[in-house]
Design a protein. Structure first.
Length: 70
């Protein structure tokens, strides 16, 4: 594919993309770490029954959020 920009611009674009990906990775990791207890609860339910309907999932999340707020 032909490009209409220099190697310097390409390197700058690559650098910015890497920064964006690194920030997104850190944010995703932090979100998962912060919600580890909820993820464990969901995993335990899935181990027992293999599937989880949307309503069941929402109920599980709501009960977790309510417990955390208290």
């Amino acid at each position: 594919e032909q490009r209409n920009y220099s190697e310097k611009i390409a390197a700058s674009i690559d650098h910015e993309i890497k920064k964006i990906i690194k920030r997104a990775y850190k944010r995703a990791w932090r979100l998962l770490a912060d919600q580890r207890a909820l993820l464990k609860k969901v995993a335990l339910v899935l181990i027992k029954q293999e599937t989880l309907e949307r309503e069941e999932f929402e109920k599980l999340v709501k009960s977790y959020v309510k417990t955390q707020a208290e």
